[in-house]
Design a protein around this ligand. Sequence first.
Ligand SMILES: [Zn+2]
Length: 122
Amino acid sequence: MSQPTDVPVYEGSCQCGAVRFTARTGLEAPFQCNCSRCRRLNAVMHSVPEDDFTLLSGNETLSIYTFNSHTIAHQFCTQCGIQPFAAGSDREGNTIHVINVHCLKEPRYDKNAISHFNGADF
Ligand SMILES: [Zn+2]
């Protein structure tokens, strides 16, 4: 068991740097999704609770795209087009941010731990 102080805080950004954020997470449950959007992005995602996510800059530069059930706010930078994260809810209704691991600075995670989420049939 790790203590809360052991959890790293990652810096993340879009490509151009307008959107910057931090995520406090151990990246223990990365996943890839096969929905019509994630398949195109080829992103590795990871969910973090709202309290562990901080948007540092770029709120005015972000645009939101939704589709299907419109329950997930896919947020992308209107300058460079990169989607650093999405916002949604977990099964209990708590707000979560689903971060694009590839947008983090030097993410450390086990690629063999990447699970596959069947978002295409969601
Ligand atoms: Zn950008």
